[in-house]
Design a protein around this ligand. Structure first.
Ligand SMILES: N[C@@H](CCC(=O)N[C@@H](CS)C(=O)NCC(=O)O)C(=O)O
Length: 387
């Protein structure tokens, strides 16, 4: 096949995938392929067809050709999609830099690829924009509070890496309006409930309201900054999203004299959050996945950014020696990486616990007793062996 023909087929394949999403996702998920509107006005469940705003020419230009790992290594920078307004996960700072747990996982992958955690181009994306950015190759990987679901994994040209944060959807309302931590979904009957468009959140709350036999007035906004602003100004009675985000918003934005309460105690959904990338890019996927696993294994072994040099010089066991590139049978070279790729991840960014503590502890999210504890402490954070 000539190069032009190959590009044409690729363009058609991507357009087909985009059409599939629009066709398969129903009203709630149309927003996932709809370009963000210029206006901050709430979108209230309209039936407008999805506007992909992607032409065939754009797709050909933007789509990664060939092996993504080779492409990224040759480029020398990782294109990483983040939220930019997800408290403690990815926040755009006044100087344009990104901070947070997800932003640091972008840096960790860059450290593995290039030995340089700063070799990242961050692209802030709304929930509605994010999957198109993966499908067209605008970003190599998405680290954006993204829930791994069956349809996202199987219908829309994406694959998912290991869960970095086990979350669940909850609701937040004002104590002054009669809500408490013991409130249940049935207690929000008749309320104006707000969230951001293009999310699992808007689908789950609709299902939960149906299951509770209540009517709610569900209103969606383009991003969660707008959702929170409208909660503060009283336009929304209740807001809902991943529990971690509610904790972060309460920590940063609760006005003096108000008490915001989060409920129900058991979340209404499972929201496993982690990296997302284009499907069938196995070598690139391996790098992302094993970067996450390296941070988890280092955490299990007490290897930190502070002691990694000593640990590489005097490895505590054979697995640590392999993982840090300090043994003849290190495996990073076979992945297309430098032998010390994961040494650089730990040295420059830290292990799982360091990344978690740096960003999530300050807003009050702790690992103890949660699914995000290590498996030896009763949690779900677990990595396969580096062998
Ligand atoms: N995990 C859900 C929700 C993702 C989501 O958009 N979460 C909010 C709360 S953290 C968010 O990222 N807001 C930031 C923004 O609106 O840019 C999904 O994958 O659909």
């Amino acid at each position: 096949m000539t190069k032009n023909k190959a590009l044409l087929w690729r363009a058609l394949a991507v357009l087909f995938a985009v059409t599939l999403i629009a066709a398969s996702c129903g009203d709630d998920e149309d927003a996932e392929v709809t370009a963000p509107s210029e206006t901050a006005a709430p979108a209230t469940g309209d039936d407008e067809p999805a506007d992909t705003t992607t032409t065939a020419a754009d797709v050909v230009d933007d789509t990664q050709d060939g092996d993504l790992l080779d492409t990224v290594l040759a480029r020398g920078e990782l294109n990483c999609g983040v939220s930019g307004s997800a408290v403690a996960f990815s926040e755009t700072q006044p100087d344009g830099s990104q901070t947070g747990f997800d932003a640091d996982y972008c840096r960790a992958v860059a450290a593995a690829l290039f030995g340089d955690a700063e070799a990242v181009v961050f692209t802030p994306l709304t929930a509605a924009e994010r999957f198109t950015a993966v499908q067209t190759g605008e970003v190599d990987v998405l680290m954006r509070n993204t829930t791994w679901t069956q349809s996202r994994d199987t219908e829309v040209g994406m694959d998912f890496g290991p869960t970095t944060y086990y979350d669940g959807q909850q609701l937040m309302a004002r104590e002054g309006d009669g809500f408490s931590g013991a409130s249940q979904v049935v207690d929000i009957a008749g309320a104006v409930v707000c969230t951001n468009a293009g999310t699992t959140t808007e689908q789950n709350i609709a299902d939960a309201a149906d299951a509770a036999g209540i009517d709610i007035n569900l209103t969606t906004f383009e991003d969660f900054d707008q959702v929170t602003e409208n909660f503060i100004n009283g336009a929304c009675d209740v807001i809902t999203t991943d529990g971690s985000a509610l904790v972060g918003r309460k920590a940063n934005q609760q006005p003096a004299g108000e008490n915001w309460v989060i409920f129900p105690a058991t979340p209404i959904s499972k929201e496993p959050l982690g990296p997302t990338y284009g499907q069938n890019q196995s070598r690139f996927a391996d790098v992302v996945n094993w970067t996450v696993y390296a941070t988890v294994i280092a955490d299990e072994k007490g290897i930190t950014s502070g002691n990694v040099a000593d640990m590489a010089a005097n490895p505590p066991d054979a697995e640590a020696a392999r993982l840090l590139g300090a043994a003849d049978d290190e495996q990073q070279s076979n992945m297309g990486l430098a032998p010390d790729a994961f040494y650089q991840v730990i040295a420059q960014v830290g292990n799982y616990d360091e990344i978690y503590a740096r960003h999530l502890n300050p807003v009050g999210l702790t690992r103890e007793g949660s699914a995000n504890a290590g498996w030896l402490d009763g949690g779900l954070i677990y990595a396969p062996p580096a062998r």
